[in-house]
Design a protein around this ligand. Structure first.
Ligand code: 5GP
Length: 192
């Protein structure tokens, strides 16, 4: 998505540790007009796949998932990060290693919100090592639902999570793939 690359180039800040900061339009302040374009693009990518539900993870995935949900006319479910290791009740849960904090938390989704009849599209803001998407895929599997595919707004290709998931046979679409980023510049993987 050309406009995602332009936004990253004009607004993104490269931080130490392979972190890209996009707080001005995606992660903290949300550019709602751009968010509408993101939703439309996700809808275009997955318009023929019969998704019945969008699944994301709190908190930064939520605006993107909601935009896609509006564009596709679908409900959105978001997995919650559970700080305690004790998970009980009628929930699916799976461990996810936090890219930003390095610790591992269970993420949980109440069983009532994903059923075996669902066809799930997974959405998140960033794809780095792939832990968040792998956890969400595990929840879809536990529910016995079908996985339509995954979308990341921004994939950092050099952290390899996206390519590992594609090698496993999953459909993973990223609106922009950063293959290299330094203080001097950002290089995108050609996609169109
Ligand atoms: P992964 O699980 O693929 O290693 O990392 C993805 C998760 O970590 C996303 O849900 C996102 O919140 C966070 N994340 C990973 N890399 C970045 C980054 O460069 N910038 C920001 N803002 N978040 C990131």
């Amino acid at each position: 998505m050309k406009r995602m690359e332009e936004m990253i180039l004009s607004e993104g800040k490269v931080l130490p540790g392979g972190v890209l900061k996009v707080g001005s339009f995606l992660n903290q302040q949300v550019d709602t007009n751009f968010m509408r374009e993101i939703g439309d693009e996700i809808a275009r990518l997955y318009k023929d796949d019969g998704a019945t539900k969008i699944l994301t993870i709190e908190s930064s995935g939520i605006p993107i998932a909601i935009s896609a949900g509006f564009a596709m006319g679908l409900p959105v479910v978001y997995a919650k990060k559970n700080k305690s290791s004790n998970v009980s009740g009628d929930v699916y849960y799976t461990p996810v290693k936090s890219f930003t904090h390095g610790d591992t938390n269970n993420v949980v989704v109440a069983k009532e919100y994903i059923s075996p009849e669902d066809r799930v599209l997974i959405v998140d803001d960033f794809l780095a090592h792939g832990s968040a998407l792998t956890g969400l895929i595990d929840i879809v599997d536990q529910a016995g639902a079908a996985l339509v595919g995954c979308v990341a707004a921004i994939e950092k290709g050099f952290q390899l999570g996206g390519d590992k998931l594609r090698e496993q046979g999953y459909r993973v679409e990223s609106l922009a793939i950063v293959d290299e980023m330094t203080d001097d510049g950002i290089t995108f993987r050609p996609q169109y």
